[in-house]
Ligand binder design. Structure first.
Ligand SMILES: Cc1cc2nc3c(=O)[nH]c(=O)nc-3n(C[C@H](O)[C@H](O)[C@H](O)COP(=O)(O)O)c2cc1C
Length: 184
C-alpha cells in the first residue's frame, strides 16, 4: 500500500507562497537565479518537447517598460511591477512542439508546459525566501516587442521575483474542499 506520508514540506511551501507586490531593491543573487533556472529546467512537458524559453530580465529600463505595457486601463495599474528586481518571462515556442502524436493531442501544450515550469519556479523561490507574483495582465504584443520575442513565439506569462518588502498580509481565500473536489 502506498499510503505513507512523505516527510517533504512541499505542501507547506505551497501554502506559504503568496502574491508579493512590493519588493526590496536588492537584486536577486546569482546563486538564487541559478536555482530558479534549475526549477524550470526540471519541469515536465508534453512529450518532453520543452517548447519554451525563460527570459530572466533584470534591466531596469526593460522592467519599467513592461510595467507600463498594460492591455487597457491606466498604466499605473501595474506600477508595482517596476519594484521587482527580476521578471521572468515564459516564452512559448509552438514550433518546437512537433511530435508524431501532435495530430491527436492538443497543440496548446506549450502554455500548459510553461505554467508548470513557472509554478515550479515560484515554489523554489518561496523556499529561498523570495517573493513572486504571476502577471497575466499585460499587453502581449507590446511586451513581445519590448523583449524582442521571435515571430510565432508567445509571451505566455510573466512572474515578478524579488526579496519581499513589508506588505500588509492578505488573507488566503480558497474554495472549501467539498466545493473543489468531486469524487466520481
Ligand atoms: C495566471 C495568473 C495571472 C495573474 N495575473 C496577475 C496580474 O496581472 N496582476 C496581479 O497583481 N496579480 C495577478 N495574479 C495573482 C492572483 O491575483 C493571485 O494569485 C490570487 O489572487 C491568489 O492570491 P495568492 O497568490 O496570494 O495566493 C495572477 C495569478 C495567476 C495564476
Amino acid at each position: 500500500m502506498h499510503n505513507s506520508i512523505p516527510k517533504s514540506n512541499i505542501l507547506e511551501t505551497i501554502k506559504k507562497r503568496y502574491s508579493c507586490r512590493k519588493y526590496l531593491p536588492e537584486p536577486v543573487s546569482q546563486e538564487h537565479q541559478d536555482l530558479l533556472a534549475q526549477a524550470v529546467r526540471w519541469a515536465p512537458s508534453a512529450c518532453n518537447r520543452q517548447p519554451y524559453n525563460f527570459l530572466f530580465i533584470t534591466d531596469r529600463d526593460t522592467i519599467e517598460a513592461i510595467s507600463k505595457a498594460v492591455p487597457t486601463g491606466p498604466e499605473s495599474i501595474n506600477a508595482w511591477i517596476a519594484t521587482a528586481p527580476l521578471i521572468v518571462a515564459a516564452v512559448g515556442r509552438p514550433e518546437l512542439f512537433w511530435h508524431k502524436l501532435t495530430q491527436v493531442i492538443d497543440k496548446d501544450y506549450h502554455r500548459t508546459d510553461a505554467a508548470i515550469a513557472m509554478d515550479h519556479l515560484s515554489l523554489v523561490a518561496t523556499e529561498l525566501g523570495l517573493g513572486t507574483c504571476w502577471v497575466g495582465w499585460f499587453h502581449r504584443k507590446k511586451v513581445g516587442r519590448i523583449l524582442d520575442v521571435g515571430r510565432g513565439d508567445e509571451t505566455i506569462i510573466l512572474m515578478t521575483v524579488g526579496y519581499p518588502d513589508k506588505e500588509a498580509p492578505r488573507a488566503k481565500i480558497r474554495k472549501e474542499l467539498d466545493e473543489l473536489i468531486v469524487n466520481r
